[in-house]
Structure formats: C-alpha cells, structure tokens
Design a protein around this ligand. Structure first.
Ligand code: MN
Length: 728
C-alpha cells in the first residue's frame, strides 16, 4: 500500500544501482540498460560541473530522477529527469538525445529547456499569464511538468547553499507558480512539501518558531496521536470495519495559513493534528463516518463529501471535524487506499492504473482544462487562480505567427470571428496544422489555424450550437437578426404594394401626399422601411395599415373583402416561412416539431444543463421534466420524447434554493449580498426559524443554467454559519 508519507529529502549518496533497484520494485520489466545509459550520458555531460553545495552536479539529476521514481512515473520521465539539464547546461543538441533515447525523451527535455527560458513575472496580476505559459508547455506532454516539479523540489531542498537573495526569489516563484500547479494536478505530497520549504526560506522566523513549537511538546503530542488512533481503530473494529488509522501534525504551511486566516497564535490553534482513516471501499468510508460521528461529537458545518463531489483535481475523500477524546478539535479524512494514492500523487497515479500513450495524456489535460471552460473574464480567471489554479483557454496561432487566446472548446468558427466579423460570416472551414477540419473541430493549444472563406457563405442558426465564444455568438445572432429584418422588410414591402394595387394605388403616389406621414405617426414608426419590417413580421396587419390611410379607407368597397382575404393567405404563407426560421423564443428544441407549446414541469423545474425529457400532455402541448423526475418515470413510454436545451435561448430561469444556517443576526442580508455579488438576481426570499438555533431560508433566484446554479450554491456553502444548501 502507498500510505506512507512520501519523503523527498536530498539523498547525497544515491547511485545508479540504487535507482535501478527502486525502478525494478514497481516496474520489473523496465529497460535497465536504457536507464543506465541515461545515467552515464548525464554523468559524462555534467563532468567537472559542481552544485552550489560543492557536490558533483550529477547528484542533482539523480535526485530529480529519485523523486520521479517516488511518484512512480514511467521510464521516459525518469530518464528525462536524469537528462533534464544537459541541453541547457552542457550544450548537448536535442538531436543527439533523440538519436540515443528516442523522440519522447528528447521532446520532454526540449520542453524543460523551454520552461527554463520563460520569463515569469512576479507581480500578482501576471500569475494567470505565467500559469497559462506553463499550460501551453504542459499541453504537449504532461510529463514535462512532472519532471519540472521534481527538478524544483530538489532545488528547493538544497536552497540553503545559494545566496539569501536568490533563496527568496526562487521560493517566491515556487509559491506563485509551482505550488499552485502541483495543487491543480492534485499532487498533494509535492504541494505540501514545497509549501513548507517556501515558508522556510520566505519567512524563516515563522518557520523556525513553528518547528520549535511543534517539537516542544513532541512526546506529549505523539502519545495523544497514538491514543486517539487506537480509540478510533477500536471503534471501527467494534463495527466490523477493517481499516488503517493514522495521525500526524499538519504541514507547517497549513498551520501558518490557519494562524493568518483566523488571526490567532499557535497556542490558540487546536486543530494542528490531522487524522486519516483508510478503508477498502466507498461503502466502508461512509460507514466509518457514521461510526466516528456517533463516537465523537461532530462540529456542524465541517463535514465535506468530496467522494460524491470530487475536487476538480480528482481529489476524493470525506472530511469531518469532531471533538476528540481530550476535548480537542480534530480533523479526520476518510478515504479508500486508491483515493489516498490519487491524493498524494495526483495525475501521477494515472500512470499506474493504466498504460496510457501520449495521445491519451493530452486528452487527460483537456479534461482538466474543460472543468474550467466557464471561466472567461480576466478577473474571474485570477480569482480562480488564487483559489485552486484553474485554466481558461487555448492558444491558437495564425499562419503568420500571431497568437490568439480563445475559450476552451473553441472551434475554427470562433477563431474566424476573433479575426474579423467578415471572416467569420464567410467561413466555410479551416485548415489546422495544414489539414482540413470540420467547423466544429475543437482547437487545441499550439494549433496553427488557417481560415477558409467563400464569398457565397452565410451564417446559419446551427452555428450558434457550434461556437463557444460569446463574441462569435453575438456576431452570429446580430447577423441572423439583420437577415430576419431584411427578409421581413422585403415581405412587408411586397404585401403592402399588393394591397395598394387592390385599391388602384401605388407606393410612389402615396409618398407624394401627406397620408403616409400620418400613417407612420399613427403607428409610431420613423420611416417606411420600419413600417415594412413590422408588416413583414406580422406585428401590423396590412388591413389596419390601409385603414389608417384616409385617401384609401374612403375607397373601401365590399367587393374588396375577397381580395383582402387572398392577401391574408399570401401573407400567412410568407410569414410562416419567416417564422419557422426563428424559434429562438423556445428554451427547448423538440425534434421534428416547429412551434409547439413547451412548458417547464412545476414538480421538478428543470434549468438548462439538467438532463431533460419531454412528456406529451393531453391538450397542453409538451411539458419538460428532469430526466429523473418521478412524473417521467410514471408516464407511459410512448408519451415521452427526446428534447434538448436550445443554446440560442438566453433567458433566466427561476429556481428555489434552501439554505440552512446557524441563527446569527444579519445572516439573511449576508447571504443575499453573496448571491447579489455573484451577479444573480433574487426574486424572493422566505426566512424561518428552526429549533436548535437554526434558520431556514428559501431564495428564488434567477439563473442562466445549471452551472450558474452550482456556482451560486458553492458560493453560499462557503459562507460561515451556513450548514447546508439544497435545490428545492
Ligand atoms: Mn535542474
């Protein structure tokens, strides 16, 4: 099992035989000869070079390789770790590495050399940019970043040998860039270790004081840990759960963060210990939680279920805080051993479970990126960076070498609209890296895109389903609207002319007199074209318009009725054709049906993003329910039909959320403010007191879709005194 805390300490006397032994321990079939060849190549290249510590340089790449082995990465990564500095420091040509070790290793080493040349900006505003640069490097091969993190780990481990100025600079860069990166990739063992090292070099006073405090009551603490572990272990045994219980002091950096966020000193911090229960499967996780909660008093609001809802970096675990056996608050994490491995080594764990080719690794990065596709604005992005380092977009190259950044999931069509609207509306396809791709192809970072256009091309409504960027969406909608107006104008003019002809009149003749101006005034439109548009769209009936023109209305004769009827038929035909092409008023698209009455089921109130089903009701059109709604389950199969959300429909949907809180004065206004700050409109709020000093609030909020609802719920959940938030 992988339960032991990974130790990344500098190993002075590590040699190639020991590396081989460690690799063979988990990869018995690894190519030993190639590994040795990598070592000899590195040793020869670095011959005569020394580290700041005075040690031969080869000690560094060997330790980097050792870290990669601890994370159980593949052989290519480990050999790349041995060779990572030879291109930069020893003037070895990449071609030589490729010849000796193959394309993959050569590309990883070249990627690492590139990263070392990136000029990271230190100001906070540029964090997002820094991170994006790293992502571009990572998108090629995730192993580049893994080796880079291992490299940084060893440099931080041996930072005491460089000047103080350099210590601070490197530690700050590590905290700004590499720590968030390790966190985003879910490699908590590396993250925790790097954080503590950063603290040591950035705030040595804090670090050494904490170290002293933690070691001062060491034996007392250790016996407390031992006792608590054995009590928890016995409780689990009692209920037949087989598991492992561990306890240890938290990382210094997380203690330091707690001290700052709570504004208290070390003595006042009680929860400096972390306990972990590891069991065989998910059922046992929840069972263990029940046992712990019935044996100790849980602190309300501190329970988090990351098993049901994993963090974006795939971290899974149950978290809870209870009053421990000595009346101290203790934090407990409950997880399976597999989850524990993912928590410690993050993405690295993926290499262990399945043999993935480098193509697959790219997919994985994309999955990672996709979690954050909703993040668009720069401020929003920075917030995300501060939280848990999220990723925003893809970088695309024009044939002339310019770089454009687009939202994740963007298509060649988005790219075309980002160049110019005229290029967008005429776009018929694109060549990506020299190959033809369909319009809905998803662009990847590093793609070079050449847009193909045609003079006869025009946007269609389907494009709205393809594009991802709001710019492209807006431009397409504007274009469609313009086309619709033009069409309406044409239809309106045609009908109006025909109507005039029935009365022996013409537009030219009408324009000469004052009758037309009067009609325009009566209908409150500024010119005749606008009048046509409204006639064409069906807003004004042509009969009504005629009746407002004095010189015509007095000529009205009985015999003209039939002609007007003809006109109506003609008009309806034209009009219905126009109408069919513009059903952006429906939230839901029903396959094979044009304009049907669609209503949202009151029982489950679906919003965009929810899986849905249509349900044909007698005489009331189609009702939309969530796919898991009881009404759908009960209804006959032949009355169900497949429907999908209409992306072109952008209205807000009302939805109710219930918030349970501890009773605190002003809590309602705090929550309202939080919702308002998220840009969400509150329609109504109901407050109620519950027994046990609790409050219950129901807010009716208006959201665009499910993801906006989730964001709102998450924002409220993060508030102090909030116990739970549910959609009702
Ligand atoms: Mn290095």
């Amino acid at each position: 099992m992988f339960s032991q805390h990974l130790d990344f300490s500098h190993e002075r006397d590590l040699n190639i035989d020991e590396l081989v032994r460690r690799v063979k321990a988990y990869m018995p079939d690894a190519d030993e000869a190639l590994l040795k060849k990598g070592y000899i190549f590195a040793e020869r290249s670095h011959l005569g070079q020394k580290r700041s510590s005075g040690e031969p340089y080869i000690v560094h790449p060997v330790n980097v390789a050792a870290t990669l082995i601890k994370l159980r990465l593949d052989l290519d990564s480990i050999i790349s770790g041995l060779l990572h500095d030879v291109v930069e420091d020893c003037e070895v040509e990449p071609e030589e590495i490729e010849k000796e070790f193959g394309t993959d290793i050569a590309q990883i080493v070249v990627g690492l050399t590139k990263i070392s040349k990136i000029k990271f900006k230190t100001r906070e505003e540029n964090q997002a940019e820094n991170f994006r640069k790293m992502v571009v490097a990572m998108a090629k091969d995730l192993r580049v970043i893994m080796v880079k993190l291992a490299d940084r780990m060893h440099n931080m481990r041996t930072l005491q040998y460089v000047s103080e100025e350099k210590q601070k600079k490197i530690a700050q860069e590590t905290l700004d860039i590499y720590v968030p990166l390790a966190s985003r990739l879910g490699i908590n063992s590396v993250k925790g270790e790097l954080e503590d090292l950063c603290l040591r070099f950035l705030h040595p006073d804090v670090y050494y004081r904490l170290a002293e405090k933690v070691s001062m009551k060491k034996s007392e603490r250790e016996s407390y840990i031992r006792d608590t572990v054995s009590i928890m272990y016995e409780k689990l045994q009692e209920y037949g759960v087989k598991g492992e219980v561990m306890g240890r002091p938290k990382h210094f950096f997380s203690i330091y963060k707690k001290m700052i966020s709570r504004g208290v000193d070390f003595e006042q911090l009680h929860d400096v210990l972390a306990f972990r229960i590891m069991v065989g499967n998910i059922t046992e996780c929840y069972k263990s939680l029940g046992i712990i909660h019935s044996s100790f008093i849980p602190i309300p609001g501190r329970f988090k279920d990351y098993i049901a809802i994993p963090k974006v970096n795939n971290y899974q675990s149950l978290h809870t805080t209870v009053i421990g056996p000595k009346a101290e608050r203790i934090e407990i994490q409950i997880r399976t051993s597999e989850m524990d491995e993912v928590a410690e080594t993050g993405v690295a764990a993926h290499w262990k479970y399945k043999e993935v080719k480098s193509e697959k690794k790219l997919d994985w990065v994309e999955e990672l990126l996709e979690f954050n596709r909703n993040v668009t604005s720069n401020t929003e992005f920075l917030d995300a960076v501060k939280n848990d380092l999220d990723i925003g977009g893809v970088f695309i190259f024009t044939p002339t070498g310019d770089v454009k950044e687009l939202k994740y999931g963007a298509t060649p069509l988005d790219f075309a609209f980002s160049i110019h609207t005229e290029v967008g509306v005429k776009c018929i396809g694109a060549k990506v890296n020299g190959k033809m791709v369909p319009l809905k192809y998803r662009l990847k970072s590093g793609d070079t895109v050449e847009v193909l256009t045609s003079k006869t091309q025009t946007p269609s409504k389907d494009w709205l389903k393809i594009v991802k960027t709001s710019r492209a969406k807006t431009k397409i909608k504007q274009w469609l609207l313009k086309v619709e107006r033009e069409k309406n104008q044409e239809v309106g003019e045609d009908i109006f002319e025909k109507a005039l002809r029935i009365y022996g009149y013409s537009i030219g003749r009408l324009k000469k007199g004052t009758d037309l101006d009067k009609a325009l005034r009566d209908f409150n439109v500024s010119n005749i074209d606008e009048l046509y548009i409204h006639i064409g769209s069906g807003k004004f009936a042509v009969k009504d318009v005629i009746s407002k023109i004095p010189s015509l209305s007095k000529n009205l004769e009985e015999s003209d009725d039939k002609k007007i009827e003809e006109l109506d038929t003609y008009y309806n035909k034209l009009h219905s054709r126009v109408k069919k092409s513009a059903n952006k008023d429906n939230a839901v698209l029903v396959e094979g049906a044009g304009d049907v009455l669609v209503r949202m089921g009151r029982c489950c109130n679906p919003i965009p993003g929810d899986p849905i089903l249509g349900f044909i009701t007698r005489g009331r059109g189609i009702t939309i329910h969530k796919a898991d709604c009881n009404r759908v389950q009960e209804s006959e199969m032949n009355r169900q039909l497949e429907v999908e959300w209409n992306d072109a429909f952008t209205f807000k949907h009302p939805v109710n959320i219930r918030v349970i809180t501890h009773d605190r004065p002003g809590i309602l206004s705090h929550i309202s403010k939080k919702i308002g700050n998220a840009g969400i409109n509150i329609r109504s709020a109901i407050a109620k007191s519950l027994p046990d000093q609790k409050g219950s609030f129901i807010f009716e909020v208006e959201v665009k879709d499910f993801s906006e609802l989730l964001k709102t719920i998450a924002a409220i959940e993060s508030m102090e005194y909030v116990i739970g938030v549910t959609r009702v």
